[in-house]
Structure formats: C-alpha cells, structure tokens
Design a protein around this ligand. Sequence first.
Ligand SMILES: Cc1ncc(COP(=O)(O)O)c(C=O)c1O
Length: 435
Amino acid sequence: MNNVKQTNVATEMSLLEKDQQYVWHPYTQQKTAALPLPIVRGEGAYIYDDKGNKYLDAVASWWVNIHGHAHPYIAKKIYDQLLELEHVIFAGFTHPPAVELAERLIGILPEGQAKIFYSDNGSTAVEIGMKMAIQYFHNLGQPKKYLIAFDDAFHGETFGTMSASADLSLNNAFKSHLFEVKRIPVPTEGNLEYSIKALERIIANGDNYAFLFEPLIQGAGGMIMYPPENLDALIALCQANGILCIADEVMTGFGRTGKTFASDYLKHKPDIICMSKGLTGGTLPLAVTSCTQIIFDAFLSDDKYKTFFHGHSYTANPVGCAAAHASMDLLLSEECQAQIAMIEATHATFLEKMKGHPRFKDVRQQGTVLALEFKTDESTGYFNNLRDKLYYFFLEREVLLRPLGNVIYIMPPYCIAQDDLYRIYGLIEEFLETC
Ligand SMILES: Cc1ncc(COP(=O)(O)O)c(C=O)c1O
C-alpha cells in the first residue's frame, strides 16, 4: 500500500522536482545553483527544452558533440550494431568494430602510433597513458619516478590525472592524496626560453618517465594557446633524453584545432596519444590510448608480471566503436572538412575585429576554438565572478556558452551554420556594450 502511494507521488512530481530529489550533478553546487534546464531533444547545433525553447550549443556539450545532436547517420549505425552485438568481454575475445576502428585510427593518427588500447572516458585515456609509460620503464628494469606536466594543465578527474593537472583549487580536498609532478611553464608566444630552462633543470635531476601535455590548447585551464614549434622544442628535448611524450588529445583530437589531431602540427611526434570526447561524436562514452610499437613490445614477455593489468568492463564496447566509425565517416567527409574551414575563417574575421578591444586582455584562436579573455580586477581562473554574469547573459538569449572564469570561448559542433556564428558574435558585442 505504502509503495503504491509513493509511486503515485513520484509520478506527480515534475521532472525538475525529481531531479532535485534524486540527482547529483557534476561541477554543480546544488545549494546555490539555478535549477538545471530540462532538455528533451537535440537536432544539429540546437538542443530543445521541455517547453519547446531552443538553445544553440556553442560549446558542443562539453566539447564532445562534433557533428551536432541526434545525428541520424550515427544513430542508424548504433542501432544496426545493437542488433548485431551490443557487448562482449574484450579480454580473450575480439570483434570486428574494435579491430576495424583500431586499424582505421592507426591509419589517420600521427606517424609512429602502432597499437590501440580502449577505455571509456578522457580521464581514463590519460590515466592509461601514464600507466603505460610508468610500466614501460618498470618492464625494462629501469623504473622512473616523475611525470613532467605544464602549469595550468587539466587532464581529468582520477587521482592520477588530478595529480597531473595544475594545482587547481578545485582539487583542494584531495591535495594531500596526490603524487608529486614536476611542472614547467606553458611555452606561450615569447615564453619558450622559460619552459626550456625549467625542463632542462628537471631533466638534469633525472628519474622522469614522461612529459604529458595538451597540445596547442590547454582547455579547462582557460583555453591557453601556444605555438607548435615551441611544443616541438620541448618534445625534442624530452625524447633526446629518453623521456616518453604523452599527448592528451582528449579535447584537441578529431578536427578541433583545424587538423585531425593537434599533433599533426608537430615535427616531433608523441609516443603515446590519448583521445575521447569527439571520438564518437558525442554519442557514447569511448576512449582510446595509442602507443608506439616500442612501448607495446616492452610488455611482451614470458614473465606474466610484465602484462598491462588494466581493463574496464566496457573496454572496446562494440556499439561505441560503431559510433566512432560513423563519426569518423562524417569527420573525414568533404562537407565536414569544409565546415571546419568555414568556422576557422569566420572566427578569424571576428578575432581581427575584437583585437585591441579595451575590455579584452587577450583574444586568440586555434582552428575551430575562439577564446576571448576579459580584463579583470579579480584573480583569474574558474571562480572569477564574471563567469556567471556571462553564462546567464547568453543563456537568457538562448545560447549555451560556459565561460572558464573570465575567458569566454566558442567551440561549436562542426555543423553550425555561419549565421549562428554571427549571432554569437553579435551577442558578445551586445555584452561588451553593457559592461
Ligand atoms: C585535455 C583533457 N583531458 C582529459 C579530460 C577528461 O575527460 P573526461 O571528462 O572524459 O574524463 C578533459 C576533459 O575536459 C580534457 O579537456
């Protein structure tokens, strides 16, 4: 009787009431945050709420949705795969979607990548890259202790990737549980010398297994951008000293920077590459960590303890792999490549217009990512008060932008219409007039 009553009460509650009763949202202080928007449908660059209002998704839903929402081509491939094989354990078994996707990825990844290891989100892709590098040296009988990473880095949410990330106040509760990582400054324009000097000092002390970096754009750290030549110099120095180089392409992969991978801009190629987000076009959680043959070979042995003992329940999920295939079909199509070129060119024109604006400290662009950094009297970073003001200004005008503190950025699905880009720029100019 009681149960029946409770069920009736539950069905009478609105979606938002139920949400507040049962759900814990990511990166949200639920005591003070506004109620979440109930989204019931997506199409192209737009998402629709339960009242029929539509919002332009100008951040590709946390950077994953590269082809727009509910893409019928990806949906069909997912459906077909679901009817064929939805999942099978990947230890001791294999299946066509995983093998064919691995072959295809190796074909388009920067030179030198030879093996694909599957997982299911960006953090685990990076965690796996770090573990591969640590165990590589362990298996060779030369264990090494330190990871080298950039200031302002963001690599994920696991303990390993939190350690690798910059000293973010977001991780205060966990600080005493994180391991030591050697830091170097980001080699932004004019700063290469500082980075090189810091790296040389760290290398002189030895004991480093890998250098981990977000190539060309540090995303969550504030869309900080730096030139490929500078990264090349750091990679060359590391590789000359036997330190493995791990590119975290979780955000930059699959066309974001203008080329398929940010590492395509580099002369010196990484030893390990981590990917997720755009891999399935924002449809299913899947991630990949690729590595060179030399790294893989260090795990081949008659000694069972040299095995890479890592795997997730959903490793290489066939439906996720089918989604990745479909997303890649779209990404490599002429139409999508033309859209990427259109976004780059359209951003570039707006960037020129905004250069030197008195409200901006800096404006910058890499490929399809445009970032505008406001001058501020407060400390910069995630908790800057301008963030909420900007966020709600745009949301009230039905555009989803999620500023990183005082940095507003546009990272749209590649299918966005040029007129929609103009609309976003127009709103940015409207905001500038109000402040
Ligand atoms: C560069 C980079 N690495 C790793 C991650 C973590 O990915 P995920 O949120 O899928 O765990 C992110 C997420 O924003 C990222 O930007």
